[in-house]
Unconditional design. Structure first.
Length: 133
């Protein structure tokens, strides 16, 4: 599970998951509110400590992460209650995933998203679509 004190133990690199679980007629319209969340995971540098996690609406999520030879592996569980207003599981959700990396001085050196777009922190219209089957 997530660690509570990231100072000195966590990398500044992170993985950010954007989810819009609102009904199809409201999907991708406007900014953040009930039904839209982002989850940011700051992995541990050495696997000695858990990940530090920030959730935009303060919802409880479960995260496991570990360093691998190729980077990081993550397992994230977001309970349906985290979406607030969403009462039924929709057939389609808004989704994007961003990898954000920094150099040793803390300068942002890479921001790569699944959709290839920017603006996910402000505008849900930039999210891609995830079909749930």
């Amino acid at each position: 599970l997530a660690a509570t004190d990231p100072v000195g133990r966590m990398t500044k690199d992170c993985l950010r998951l954007y989810l819009d679980g609102r009904s199809s007629e409201r999907l991708g319209i406007g900014g953040y509110g009930d039904g839209v969340i982002s989850v940011t995971v700051f992995p541990s540098r050495d696997n000695a400590e858990g990940s530090y996690v920030q959730v935009s609406n303060g919802a409880e999520v479960e995260v496991e992460s570990r360093r691998t030879d190729m980077g990081y592996a993550f397992r994230l569980i977001v309970p349906w209650l985290a979406f607030g207003e969403a009462t039924n599981i929709p057939a389609v959700m808004g989704l994007d995933l961003a990898q954000i990396s920094h150099d040793a001085e803390g300068k942002n050196t890479l921001r790569m998203t699944w959709t290839g777009r920017d603006g996910q922190d402000r505008d849900t219209a930039t999210f891609g679509r995830l079909l749930l089957v």
